[in-house]
Design a protein around this ligand. Structure first.
Ligand code: F6P
Length: 544
């Protein structure tokens, strides 16, 4: 039976009707202490979800829905290594990447935790060799620049985390991330680098991804062109993959390959060897601190009661708006410049995981699934699109993320930054009434424009400081939030078949674009004519 046909869902629909017209102003008036009670904590991470259109009854009903969906059993199944990624017939064990050495997590009767630690140790040894200057380039110079080549989970995770933890990074080295198959990306990333001092990390779970392999070939041509010897590749290229054969076929010594496994999804992988660039940047000790942060949230997710469980609460509140209020999007707004890439990272994590319309039994779903996720580091968004959140016609639930201690004490900046965060959540929730605006002496014609309806829901996530541990906790929070929602929607959050069609069609079109003479085209009339026009424009020469 679909979750949308269950009595628990029906009860939430009825409850939603009961809440019609309720406002956050009413809820806070009726229960002045909700700012203290509608909160939860995990380690030093604090969640205030009081500025949501939820009551104690809403929570009770949402938790009942989670229980009905078998969330507890699904969490246990994931941690036990069951093959819960059914369409790919794989276990889902990113949690094993941060398990302590003594833990036992089995896949097909094999304890995978020792493998995880073996790779971590190899990564640590390699990272230390690069950082100490012991690892040398082909001409004997130490490495000064590290370029990660990957895409999707093999790029967004390490790139986001590198930016997030830049303050912990080795500032004497440059770290760059190349992902786009637009040649500009690799061109710009290498144009001012010294090949003698550059290390490329080719990161690809499958090692068949066309963008990554094309970028890696171009980087290799650049390197060999500069150093004049194919043998230089051995000193300047390492790989991170599950596919040793393809790594060898590319020409990278499998001895210079760092392994991970098919039970780690790409978008759940930056705490595996995919994070090698990050580990070189921040050092193995900080990387392990970050893993400890992930682990803390894993333990919280596994053990905390649902009504005090941060990922479960975020997941359930998202379901509440998406399925019962018709919200289509979800904004994530980190008030930390170092987290500027977090929204892009979360887009893949959330949208590739829960952008599904077929359920685990192969039937079309009869309810909404994953939201459109977006956002910007605060306060920039305030001066760009918050207008629409405040006064537009759409319901946009938001997560505000802030830290009590700044990464850098610079003048008044920190308190100003956080004042903005708190002010936004207050303004979104409570708005400004017509009476308040009138009392300010605003001309009558302007009153409607300057009135804020309020009632826009927000979560506030507050932690002490943006450290490696805090980042681990934060990312695991969202991983498990996505898991919670995927469980309720009864979908496979760990496959991504939706990206395959575009890839296959691109492979068909490439030779049509590259053909010397006008190719036979058998697409639809739009695609045919776009290809013909492109070919004409491409070969006309010059940039107008
Ligand atoms: O095309 C989507 C995808 O498969 C993502 O899921 C993945 O993170 C990305 O491509 C890169 O894949 P790979 O690491 O195998 O190169």
């Amino acid at each position: 039976m679909s979750i949308a046909q269950t009595p628990e869902w029906e009860a939430l629909l009825a409850h939603r009707r009961d809440l019609e017209g309720a406002t956050l102003r009413d809820l806070f008036r009726e229960d002045p202490s909700r700012g203290e009670t509608f909160t939860a904590e995990a380690g030093d991470m604090f969640l205030d979800y009081s500025k949501n259109l939820v009551t104690g009854e809403t929570l009770r009903l949402l938790v009942a829905l989670a229980e009905r969906a078998g969330l507890r059993e699904r969490i246990d199944a994931m941690f036990r290594g069951e093959r819960i990624n059914v369409t790919e017939d794989r276990a889902v064990l990113h949690v094993a990447l941060r398990a302590p050495a003594g833990e036992v997590i089995e896949v097909d009767g094999q304890n995978v935790v020792p493998w995880v630690h073996e790779v971590l140790d190899r990564m640590s040894a390699f990272a230390e060799r690069v950082r100490s200057g012991e690892w040398r380039g082909f001409t004997g110079k130490p490495i000064r620049s590290v370029v990660n080549i990957g895409i999707g989970g093999s790029d967004l995770g390490p790139a986001m985390a590198y930016e997030a933890l830049r303050d912990f990074s080795d500032r004497s080295r440059a770290f760059r991330f190349v992902s786009n198959v637009d040649g500009t990306d690799v061109w710009e990333a290498t144009r001012d680098l010294d090949a003698e001092e550059t290390l490329f990390i080719v990161a690809s779970k499958t090692f068949t991804t066309i963008e990554t392999l094309t970028n890696a070939q171009s980087a290799r041509a650049w390197l060999v062109g500069a150093l004049g010897d194919e043998a230089a590749v051995a000193n300047h290229f390492v790989a991170v993959s599950t596919n040793a054969e393809e790594v060898a076929a590319f020409g990278i010594d499998p001895g210079n390959m760092f392994e991970f496994w098919d039970w780690v999804g790409g978008r759940y992988s930056f705490d595996s060897a995919i994070g090698l660039s990050l580990m070189i940047a921040i050092g193995p000790a900080h990387f392990r601190e970050m893993l400890a942060g992930f682990r803390q949230m894993d333990e919280h997710f596994r053990a905390a009661p649902f009504d005090r469980n941060l990922p479960v609460l975020l997941g359930l509140i998202g379901v509440w708006y998406g399925n019962f209020f018709g919200a289509e999007t979800h904004a994530v707004l980190p008030y930390s410049q170092y987290l500027w890439k977090l929204p892009s990272y979360l887009q893949q994590l959330d949208m590739e995981s829960n952008g599904k319309s077929i359920d685990l039994d192969g039937s079309p779903v009869d309810h909404q699934t994953g939201p459109i996720v977006w956002g910007t580091a605060g306060t920039n968004g305030q001066h760009a699109y918050y207008q629409l959140i405040h006064q537009g016609t759409k319901l946009i639930p938001c997560d505000f993320i802030g830290f009590a201690r700044p990464s850098h004490e610079v003048g008044r900046h920190q308190d100003l930054l956080m004042a903005n965060l708190f002010a936004q959540t207050e303004a979104l929730a409570f708005g400004k009434t017509r009476e308040q605006v009138q009392a300010e002496g605003v001309p009558p014609s302007q009153v409607p424009h300057r009135t804020f309806r309020g009632n826009h829901p927000t979560n506030t996530i507050l932690a002490t400081a943006l450290t490696p541990r805090a980042l681990g906790r934060l990312v695991a929070l969202y991983e498990h939030k996505v898991f919670t929602q995927g469980t309720i929607w009864h979908i496979d959050s760990f496959d991504q078949w939706g990206v395959e069609l575009g890839k296959a069609l691109a492979n068909r079109i490439v030779p049509e674009l590259e053909a010397g003479s006008e190719p036979e085209l058998a697409h639809d009339s739009s695609t045919n004519s776009l290809i013909r026009r492109y070919r004409r424009m491409r070969h006309a020469g010059g940039r107008t």
